[in-house]
Write a protein that binds this ligand. Sequence first.
Ligand SMILES: *[C@@H]1O[C@H](CO)[C@@H](O)[C@H](O)[C@H]1NC(C)=O
Ligand SMILES: *[C@@H]1O[C@H](CO)[C@@H](O)[C@H](O)[C@H]1NC(C)=O
Ligand SMILES: *[C@@H]1O[C@H](CO)[C@@H](O)[C@H](O)[C@H]1NC(C)=O
Length: 459
Amino acid sequence: MSPANHTLPYLLNLILTSISSSSFTPTPFDPGFNITAVAEQAQSLPSHSWEFGTAVQAYLELNSPLLSVFAPTPFPVSNPSSHVPALVYAEQKIILGSGANGLADGDGATGDPASLGVGAVLLGKTDARFASAAASEIDYLMNKAPRWANGAISQRADVPNIWADFMFMAPPFIAFYAADSNDLSLLHEAYSQCGFYREILLFNSNSTSFSPIGTSPTNGLWRHIVGPQGADPGTWSTGNGWAAMGMARVLATLLKAPVSQDKGASCEWCSAAIKDLSSWIKEILDGARASQLDQGLLRNYLDNVSGDGHGFGEISGSAMLAAVAYRMVVHASDMFDETYIAWADGIREVLAGEDSAGNPHVSRDGIVTPAVNPLGWWDTTPWTSGSPEGNNFAVLLYSAWRDCVYASLCKKPPAFKTSGARRSFSVPTPTYLIFGWDVRFTLALFCLLRGLDYCYESW
Ligand SMILES: *[C@@H]1O[C@H](CO)[C@@H](O)[C@H](O)[C@H]1NC(C)=O
Ligand SMILES: *[C@@H]1O[C@H](CO)[C@@H](O)[C@H](O)[C@H]1NC(C)=O
Ligand SMILES: *[C@@H]1O[C@H](CO)[C@@H](O)[C@H](O)[C@H]1NC(C)=O
């Protein structure tokens, strides 16, 4: 059983938009804030390995949506052109090394450099150095990194330590690498890691079998860090965002990996895994949706209404979890109904407005505020000078929303008023028909035959 998904209309609309403007326009719709400025900051703020990795993913989804796993057919990975902005960026930021630092200096982390892994696989299609770096990063994660009692790969290289953050860094890369190399057992490992992490961070258990949904002591909200170093039992909003979006990327990869769809070699575990991942994501989103907001935003510790300063409303977790909601509405619309759209729209609209002091949530310079201190989750002072990850989550939110509009599920917003480049598709449906034949299908067929990159690059 695979969840109903709406990626075909998405593809058609994307192609049509690309044709109606002279080139692909990553920001066709006005979110009420300056997304161009936000995206520029998202690229310039990062200075740590995981921030670079997050920016690569955000840029891929924004500028080259057909290369991201949320595209209708991301596999087989084709040779990306040398003009893909996310890969130009990745090539600058990846520092080839060895062991845990195979793609960047992880400063003792296993997962953080792995966040650059998807970029490395894509670059590896035209540059063997990156292909081999991606392979050794996988080898490190699978065979050398410390593991927790149930087999969860540690986020720290020296001792087994489990962080929700890891979920966005490593499992999506493991899944992507597996899909690209048609390795079904590695794909299974990406899914298992999600389950193992959920056991530890949601159930405080070391089980290798997965607890039923709806049975957690925290109403679905994951703890942040478990282990001997820096344990944080709180339900960190950003951590729940890392976990949910990490699983959404693993799910999208699993849904589209040729090896899981190959009818000859039927995947026995795939449909259960698809159902599990969708439910685990829903569990987090439902927990977040049930949490009391602070001025329209999710709290830094989602359930902390104690007034001790740890529960202030902030943009990082809010933007990421709203992005997850939009993605899931498209990829598993049988489980995620329009109430998830309304919830995500609410957060997006708050970001487009002002805080209680009358300051815009997105500054003129494109800084999205207030965020949690990106290097200090216990800091009770809201961070207003620009969170590298927070700004990138706002880009993920924008792309997820745009793609939900293209999938004809989210309501079509007004296009930018400025004429010229930023045109959105506004052709009424009947004009798609020529002699009763929907030209969109012809175009989609053409792209599928020629390769999607060809279409994307030529428009
Ligand atoms: C949005 O930001 C970009 C880049 O910083 C800037 O060039 C542009 O003028 C801004 N647009 C508006 C409407 O302020
Ligand atoms: C789980 O495993 C860790 C070591 O990896 C151990 O410290 C902890 O006590 C175990 N917890 C339970 C509930 O068994
Ligand atoms: C949140 O609130 C509780 C109850 O007031 C408090 O004990 C806890 O330490 C707070 N902080 C975090 C980071 O969860």
